[in-house]
Design a protein around this ligand. Sequence first.
Ligand SMILES: Cc1ncc(COP(=O)(O)O)c(C=O)c1O
Length: 379
Amino acid sequence: MIYLDNSATTKPNPAVLESFQQASERFFANPSSIHQLGGEAEKLLSKAREQAAQLLHVQRDEIVFTSGGTEGNNMAIKGTALEHQGRGKHIITTAIEHSSVDEAFKGLEQLGFDVTYVPVDENGVISVSELSDAIRDDTILISIMHVNNELGSVQPIREIGQIAKQYPKLFFHVDHVQGLGKVPLELAGSGIDLCTISGHKIHGLKGTGLLCVKQGTTLFPLFHGGNQEQALRSGTENLAGSVSLVKALRLTLERQSKGIPHMFQLQQVLRHKFSGMDTVKINTPDDAAPHIMNISVPGLKPEVMIHTLGEQKIYISTKSACSSKQSDESKILTECGHGTDRSTSALRISLAYDTTEEEIRTFLDALEQAIHQLKAVME
Ligand SMILES: Cc1ncc(COP(=O)(O)O)c(C=O)c1O
């Protein structure tokens, strides 16, 4: 099997699975229970929180464990909007966010919030000055993804953070789900108030994640109940999930200094090959994150290609897994200014630290052959 769909999800690391199982078996008690077993579970949770904070260079009480990226994004966006609406109802995001951000903004629009969707250029990047111009007296939130999940384009988060800092009453949220372990982002001193991370994109488990909530950032909770996770996320804690997430986070951060250049090198192999194929158009910009390569093969239906490669146990994807069952057209590519020939024929190849050059070369041979055969059938 050659798995090149790591932006959709990654294979769990065996060490992560082991930590989940151990924590589940040995620390199954409810951390809120006052007996000794509950106390031990609470201690382990607190240790996991401490470790996550150390790894991310933030404070312990700035870590809120969640069920993943979708929850983290909704908690940050709706939580900020609902809590601070008395001060203003203008919120800003980009035109190419993941659906968990985009739909949260659409939902808030229905509740009467005024949204500015900052457009992107042909490389899928916003203009910092355009963003800056969009800020108004009643703006309470800016939410911008670090790395785009379809294209790999990287937004200028550091510069935006510096702008956000000039507006102390405005909160800045970053969806870092595709960036973690691929494009380093230092949170301390960045101007970022809220940052979303998901476990299953970094060889952790589905249903795990965290939201960094900077001290002084207040949110209206989406879940009310027993006041767990600093009353931001009521519900009995997923202790084993949180422990396993911290393990995945540590392993990823330990490996990134070698893993990132390795993926860049593989991306170059892909880029070099694709730039010599006249049937292929490269959509991912040159300065993108290392793990994503998005191409279009105009005239070919992506699902046919996915199927053909899948028969050879080679797995790539069309666009983001969350939207790939909906329509052929990529909203992201359309926002970048591409026509339907390109926006309806996109394929995404996404890498992991363990992807090998041999796998990439086998994939490229199979892809070239498949394009050749499919084009021949159409003629
Ligand atoms: C950029 C981005 N944000 C958020 C999410 C949602 O994360 P999760 O699957 O953990 O809910 C994804 C998942 O594809 C993503 O790529």
